[in-house]
Design a protein. Structure first.
Lengths: 308, 264
């Protein structure tokens, strides 16, 4: 606990002495300059960085506070590995599907030669739908594709098709993935639109004047240019799905064994009864989302260099 | 001819996409009207809107959202301004910090709070209801940092921050006055769009409120969902309208704020 105030003073002190050979008066001026963002840094330390670091430290300690790798080792049980695997699959499929469909929609709206009102409408709607996540989204899909959902009933009544007879359930892997796509696709539209805007009309004209057809243009010119943006966006979608709790919890309760739900139940005190194992679970989540975000940032910087 | 094929493909993509997005909304709306056995009615909405629990949790979350927006703006605007004016070499660091909430899942952040601010900790914020509210607002400010910072930073970049500051200083204005009377008005539309986005994110937020055990709208939604049949659909439609209204207001202010409107 003692570490907390010290970390803050440390930052401010470092702030005070940046350059070598500066006069003491300039140093005081520099320190004052740093004071301008001190509230932000203190806030970030108290409510973002330190709490997360505490969990990471807790993941490497036993109940008495001694260093151990035992918590990490205990993640590798069938139950917990299974949860990570299902989470991975849901996030992967919803990210890949969201990226592909979102890309097609954005391409259609921006480059498809459609009437001008389509694009702003799609963008506004994407802004709404990408934020329409959580509990209400679960309700919407239950009302649509749940056991007594409207679409389920209509299919049975008019097409004599028993959706649930095929083994489908909104409470399953497929159901959850389908629901996640509802915010993944619009998020993709929003992220990838600027990259598509960056494609110049001259490229297509150049390609055509050299005899390249539509397919040639998309496959050999547009796709290689857009690829870092697409892959990077997909990684962002992956992290987005991996950390989501509310939709899955409201949709399936605790019946689907994914990591965020497992962690939620652990914090609520329903399972495990082992704080430090919970910290290790959280650490695992940060590692997964951290890696995919690092990938996103790396690919985005490559994409920016490529276009510029 | 090629252009025609690609246009047909574009139409197909848009129509299929629209169907996927509009179908659940239509189904939810119809479902919410079916509470009465024999006819369509708005009974589910009546039940929901007159539920004292609905009113209490919705006003609580509205209050939290307003506090979040005010705190967030007071934290982010001066920081983004200062970075632009005096510390441009720290832009990378600050941007990185504001993006961290996208990397660290909300559930992990709140788990960290419960560890760091538990009732036997140095700063036992979770020990009292009011201080837990404080923690909830802090968590919401954290969640909204990526959107709020980006929106305000973009707004500030479009303004000649240095020129305005020097002009105000030469007229004898202090820092507080510069921020309040020069900088804030100049990024008003960016602040407002960040604020409405924050509102949309916070109003139905579930994870933080539920694990901090506060009587917010998100946990109420979940509770109704687990126990009722038609009311959840009505609530989903209401939540969708609230999100839509927030986003619509962003568009309105974005168009008013800039000479040349730029979509989303």
């Amino acid at each position: 606990m003692q570490r907390k105030p010290m970390a803050i003073t440390e930052t401010v002190e470092q702030a005070g002495a940046p350059g070598s050979g500066a006069t003491s008066r300039r140093r005081a001026g520099q320190a004052l300059t740093w004071l301008g963002i001190a509230p932000f840094l203190i806030f970030a330390l108290l409510f973002l960085i330190l709490p997360t670091l505490q969990l990471m430290v807790g993941a490497l300690q036993d109940a008495q506070g001694h260093f151990t790798l035992n918590n990490i080792a205990r993640l590798f049980t069938d139950d917990i590995l299974g949860a990570y695997w299902i989470s991975f699959k849901v996030s992967f499929v919803s990210a890949a599907g969201g990226a592909l469909i979102g890309l097609l929609l954005a391409l259609a709206a921006i480059q498809g030669g459609l009437p001008g009102w389509i694009r702003p409408t799609l963008m506004t709607f994407s802004g709404v739908a990408s934020n329409f996540a959580g509990v209400p989204l679960a309700f919407a899909f239950l009302a649509t594709l749940g056991r007594i959902g409207l679409l389920t009933a209509l299919l049975r009544q008019y097409l004599d098709f028993d959706l649930y007879g095929t083994g489908f359930s909104i409470l399953s892997f497929t159901g959850l993935t389908l629901t996640y796509l509802y915010f993944q696709i619009p998020l993709m539209v929003l992220i990838v639109a600027p990259a598509i805007d960056g494609m110049k009309a001259e490229w297509r004209e150049a390609c055509e004047s050299l005899g390249g057809g539509t397919w040639y243009f998309w496959w050999h010119v547009a796709l290689p240019i857009l690829f870092p943006s697409i892959l990077g966006s997909a990684l962002l979608l992956f992290a987005n799905a991996f950390g989501a709790v509310a939709t899955a919890y409201a949709l399936t309760g605790s019946s689907l064994n994914i990591v965020p739900i497992l962690l939620f139940a652990q914090i609520r005190g329903d399972v495990l009864h082992d704080q430090n194992l919970g910290y290790a679970l959280a650490l695992g989540m940060i590692v997964v989302t951290g890696l995919s975000n690092a990938g996103y940032i790396w690919l985005r910087s490559r994409a920016e260099r490529g276009v510029a | 001819m090629k252009r025609t094929t690609s246009r047909i493909g574009a139409w197909v993509a848009i129509i299929v996409g629209s169907a996927y997005f509009l179908l659940p909304l239509a189904a939810t709306f119809l479902f919410s009207l079916k509470m009465r056995r024999d006819a369509l009615s708005f009974d589910a909405y009546k039940v929901v809107l007159t539920d004292p629990q609905f009113q209490a949790t919705f006003s609580y979350s509205t209050l939290m959202a307003v506090l979040t927006i005010v705190t967030g703006i007071l934290l982010v605007v001066p920081t983004a301004y200062w970075i632009q004016l005096k510390l441009p070499r720290l832009r990378g660091l600050v941007e990185f910090i504001t993006l961290l909430p996208l990397v660290i899942p909300a559930i992990v952040i709140v788990f960290g709070y419960l560890k760091m601010y538990n009732s036997s900790a140095l700063l036992p914020l979770t020990a009292h209801e009011r201080s837990t509210d404080l923690l909830l607002v802090a968590s919401y400010v954290t969640l909204s940092l990526p959107y709020l910072y980006r929106s305000i930073d973009t707004g500030l970049r479009a303004v000649d921050v240095r020129g305005l500051t020097e002009a105000a200083q030469s007229l004898g204005a202090g820092w507080g006055e510069i921020l309040l009377r020069v900088i804030f008005p100049n990024v008003k539309s960016a602040i407002l769009s960040g604020a409405f986005l924050t509102f949309a994110v916070v109003i139905g937020e579930f994870t933080m409120a539920s694990l901090l055990n506060r009587p917010a709208f998100g946990p109420y939604l979940q509770l109704i969902g687990a126990n009722r049949a038609y009311e959840p659909s009505a609530l989903a439609i209401i939540a969708f309208l609230v999100t839509w209204a927030s986003m619509g207001l962003i568009q309105v202010f974005a168009h008013n704020g800039r000479a040349k409107p730029k979509t989303a």
